[in-house]
Design a protein around this ligand. Structure first.
Ligand SMILES: Nc1ncnc2c1ncn2[C@@H]1O[C@H](COP(=O)(O)OP(=O)(O)OP(=O)(O)O)[C@@H](O)[C@H]1O
Length: 171
């Protein structure tokens, strides 16, 4: 289960984010619901305006990782099989426990019941990714163009914001 993508409006440091009140955006949904497709379009249409959050997976020993955690260096992290990773599982829940005031978008395939039954059988989805109530916005991705328009509408404040100056006039 990938199911969770975090991305930010373009910021250089966390302190920039705090100073300008830019909020991380968390996009969740079952595998294959269309998260990457929507993000690819957004990133293409608004180049330089949004960025993915960066994962820190490799070559860090536990001591160093825990020091970074203590210093608030991660938006979210998880412990997996006894080792610490900033993996995607339980990510929504973890980010909700931070001060980042993130926005949560759920991308739902048109036949959620069928997909849910299948994924429930597979046993890889967390309750957080299945329960739309945990999210600020739900996008039903049936017709891609309609879903993308809704996605852009949800992000209109960011698109009109200071980091996206070059796109303001086109909106
Ligand atoms: N509205 C749509 N109608 C038809 N096909 C779509 C639609 N949206 C996305 N797809 C297609 O569905 C497939 C899965 O989409 P995508 O890779 O964006 O899903 P995802 O949510 O990012 O999945 P994962 O979490 O596994 O990475 C892709 O082949 C994509 O082109």
């Amino acid at each position: 289960m990938r199911g969770l993508t975090q991305f930010f409006q373009r910021v250089r440091t966390y302190s920039d984010m705090a100073m300008s009140s830019i909020r991380p955006i968390v996009i969740s949904g079952p595998s294959g619901s269309g998260k990457s497709t929507l993000l690819q379009r957004l990133f293409k249409d608004y180049q330089g305006c949004f960025e993915f959050s960066v994962s820190h997976y490799y070559f860090t020993d536990r001591e160093k990782f825990e020091k970074m955690m203590a210093e608030g260096g991660f938006l979210e992290h998880a412990q997996f099989s006894g080792n610490r990773y900033d993996v995607e599982i339980n990510g929504v829940k973890n980010i909700k426990q931070t001060d980042f005031n993130a926005r949560y978008i759920f991308v739902q395939p048109p036949s959620i019941e069928a997909l849910e039954a299948r994924l429930r059988g597979r046993g890889t989805e967390t309750e957080e990714t299945k329960v739309p109530g945990a999210y600020d916005h739900i996008i039903v991705n049936d017709n891609l163009d309609i879903a993308y328009e809704k996605f852009k509408g949800i992000l209109s404040a960011e698109i009109h914001g200071v980091m996206c100056d070059q796109y303001k006039k086109g909106m």
